[in-house]
Design a protein around this ligand. Structure first.
Ligand code: XIL
Length: 332
């Protein structure tokens, strides 16, 4: 089944009717942009806030959507109290296990009837998000430091233990670049070899007009599906703005403050010229032709937003720009 997916927030579902109208028309799955991340949920030891996630689940239930959970373990979404944790390694592991248990068990309770079958609203989880460096090695993080280099195996097994029906995914960006793709292939093989359940790989599709190439995308679809996992294109958006990484050469920093307010970096503050609109439309067309070609290997395509107006790419990696990455413009 190919699921088309949009990200949402509990707040927009509660307040924005235009947003809901467009969401309900064309999509059958949603992902929370931030509301189901560790930072939103795990507010203290034994202290969980599921309220925003619950609002999304209840909306999904009423409207016949499924939800893909994003994301249990991500170095960028650790609550401050846990970043500063000073207890023993064992106490840390216990906290992580309890958090995974409480979270997946909580969200697995809500059911929906689809095609005559009762199933969980939450179809699965990005168990680990962005564990890899650009060269394919494991990223330094509190999880690597405290739980050790087999930590992915540990947390995938935990997720399976507490929701054995969920699809378990590994999600990351730049998975169409050779070194990182090879790193992910190695990681998935090692999970499989060690008996950890992994159903799918999420290729974050934060892409540009020309990069990655269709060939690079296709190579990744084939490389991952050969491992027996489904490919999901998650977080699809296509930036039409200058890419600061290219301008800064090898400087791989996310601190592009020096570009804030720079007109060269924000060339379309009023509207997108037709010539660029056409390139964007063609790019989406080519990408979707490729997706259709490989639809037997692709289980889901998620856009990282509904309208350009609320896209995170207006503020990342440079604050205060006007980007046009999604299917719907600022007036829907
Ligand atoms: C982003 C959200 O879109 C922002 O609102 C938030 O401030 C930061 O996170 N990779 C991911 C997503 O896996 O969770 C990120 O979402 C974008 C990059």
């Amino acid at each position: 089944m190919c699921i088309r997916d949009r990200i949402v927030s509990a707040q927009k579902l509660a307040t924005n009717t235009q947003f809901k109208a467009y969401l309900n028309n064309d999509f059958n799955s949603v992902t929370a942009e931030n509301d189901m991340k560790m930072r939103s949920i795990f507010i203290g030891p034994n202290n969980y806030d599921f309220s925003k996630g619950d609002a999304i689940i209840s909306y999904a239930k009423q409207n016949g959507f499924r939800v893909f959970g994003h994301a249990l373990i991500w170095h960028s979404s650790i609550p401050d109290w846990l970043v500063n944790f000073t207890g023993t390694d064992m106490a840390f592991e216990e906290l992580i296990e309890t958090y995974i248990k409480e979270t997946v068990a909580h969200f697995s309770q809500e059911k929906i009837i689809l095609n005559g079958q009762e199933i969980s609203v939450v179809a699965g989880w990005d168990v680990v998000n962005e564990a890899l460096n650009g060269d394919g090695t494991l990223r330094e993080s509190i999880f690597l430091k405290v739980l050790g280099e087999n930590y992915l195996e540990t947390v995938y097994k935990m997720a399976e233990k507490y929701d054995s029906n969920a699809d378990l995914a590994y999600n990351d960006y730049n998975l169409c670049k050779p070194k990182k793709r090879e790193g992910a292939v190695k990681l998935i093989k090692s999970l499989q070899k060690n008996g950890a359940k992994i159903n799918s790989v999420g290729i974050q599709a934060h892409w540009q007009l020309t990069s990655p190439t269709l060939e690079e995308i296709e190579t990744s679809i084939l490389a991952f599906s050969e491992l027996g996992v489904k490919v999901m294109f998650t977080e699809l958006d296509i930036s039409v703005l200058p890419n600061p990484w290219e301008l800064s050469g090898a400087e791989v920093t996310q601190n592009f403050k020096k570009f804030e307010g720079d007109k060269k970096m924000n060339p379309f503050p009023e509207n997108l010229p037709d010539s660029v609109k056409e390139k964007l439309a063609k790019r989406y067309e080519n990408i979707f032709k490729l997706f259709v070609k490989h639809k037997d290997k692709i289980s889901r395509v998620t856009f990282w937003g509904v309208t350009d107006k609320f896209s995170w790419l207006n503020d990342w990696p440079i604050k205060g720009r006007t980007n046009y990455p999604l299917l719907f413009d600022r007036n829907y």
